[in-house]
Design a protein around this ligand. Structure first.
Ligand SMILES: [Zn+2]
Length: 170
């Protein structure tokens, strides 16, 4: 069995809410607040950035449905969807995941920061640095088509008329 705790959860279907071919959703065993849901790629990946594009798309689709369910069934007043890539971003497990946290007025969950005013110079500098690296945004990796299983034509076993004839011979 895998060393990764979350691969084990996926295998054992721990706290499972939903699964499809690529995605597994479960209640967090260490929630920020009750109803905290984790949406994970089934194939192990240490951070979201190395998850194939078509799985990333699936992760967000599932996350959005679960978020809706938290509003409707769980009575959430709001939700946060959060990805933590890297320990400095708060990532604690070595398996990529998307957190969906139901929110309520005064729930004490703190994900806030104080917005600062950016200078023109700073924006221009950041834009220049990031721009080159974003040239491939828009070219997305697609899932390779699975080989179609072609059913082998069943050989029709016709009885050889000669055999039929032979059977009559005592
Ligand atoms: Zn894993």
């Amino acid at each position: 069995m895998s060393d990764c705790l979350y691969c084990q959860h996926i295998q054992k279907k721990t706290n499972m809410l939903f699964e499809n071919e690529h995605v597994f959703a479960m209640l967090s065993p260490q929630p920020a607040i009750p109803g905290h849901v984790l949406v994970l790629p089934k194939a192990h990946a240490p951070i979201l950035e190395v998850v194939p594009d078509f799985v990333v798309g699936d992760l967000f689709k599932v996350a959005n449905k679960i978020s809706m369910a938290l509003f409707e069934a769980f009575g959430a007043q709001g939700t946060n969807m959060l990805v933590q890539s890297g320990p400095v971003a708060g990532q604690k497990q070595n398996h990529a995941m998307l957190h969906i946290i139901p929110r309520a007025e005064g729930d004490g969950v703190d994900l806030s920061w104080t917005p600062k005013q950016a200078s023109e110079e700073e924006l221009t500098k950041s834009e220049g640095t990031i721009n080159d690296a974003t040239k491939n945004v828009g070219s997305f990796e697609r899932e390779k088509p699975k080989p179609k299983e072609v059913e082998a034509p069943k050989e029709v076993q016709k009885e050889d008329p000669r055999v039929k004839f032979l059977r009559r011979i005592p």
